[in-house]
Design a protein around this ligand. Structure first.
Ligand code: SF4
Ligand code: SF4
Length: 187
């Protein structure tokens, strides 16, 4: 993990992180909390608000395939839950949104951290984040990600099995970790 010493951050609700080409990936707990809060069945929630993705990572000497759920985006890259610059599901938003910027993918990768810092207007003011605080938050994300992988493994790696769900659309992506070239197609 990259230790960034301390920093100050307070979300000023600029909405910039909700309009990038990155994805908000959902943990199983996120799906259950959001569907319950919206008084919808899990299947209806998945159909209306989620993208069912099969991501194939090409790593040196091996490949990994992982099925993931991400929040849908509107055509201009805005998150489906963004209204103006505000989050319509703020009190129950997914862990990835709650924990930002203390996410493992930022703390482990300086370029990703700097890319986020360049769009986020919340740095430099607000509460101080010391390592014990941001490490605790990023560990919570890591733990839920590990739980997700374990749960998926128990269902043969299939979200369809896990949720008893038959998605109308599957987004397939290939990520070559060596040149980070993305190809995607819809089926
Ligand atoms: S769920 Fe809310 S905080 Fe997260 S990306 Fe969407 S609008 Fe932004
Ligand atoms: S980019 Fe930063 S300040 Fe803007 S909404 Fe996201 S976390 Fe808040």
């Amino acid at each position: 993990m990259r230790i960034v010493k301390t920093f100050r951050h307070r979300c000023v609700k600029c909405g910039n992180c909700c309009k990038t080409n990155g994805r908000v990936y959902l943990m199983v707990e996120d799906v259950l909390t959001l569907s319950e809060n919206m008084k919808m069945s899990v299947i209806l929630f998945l159909d209306q608000y989620c993208e069912y993705r099969v991501e194939r990572y090409i790593l040196p000497n091996k490949g990994i395939v992982q099925e993931k759920l991400a929040l849908r985006k509107l055509s201009d890259n805005k998150c489906i839950f963004l209204m103006g610059n505000l989050c319509r599901i703020h009190s129950v938003k997914p862990l990835q949104c709650k924990a930002a910027p203390c996410l493992p993918q930022f703390l482990d990768d300086e370029e990703a951290w700097l890319r986020f810092a360049a769009i986020c207007k919340g740095f430099g003011s607000g509460e101080e984040y010391k390592p014990n605080r941001y490490i605790r938050l990023s560990d919570e994300v890591r733990n839920q990600q590990a739980n997700y992988v374990n749960l998926l493994a128990k269902h043969n790696g299939s979200l369809k099995q896990l949720f008893g769900y038959n998605p109308r659309t599957v987004v397939e992506c290939v990520v070559d970790m060596q040149d980070m070239q993305w190809n995607s197609s819809r089926t």
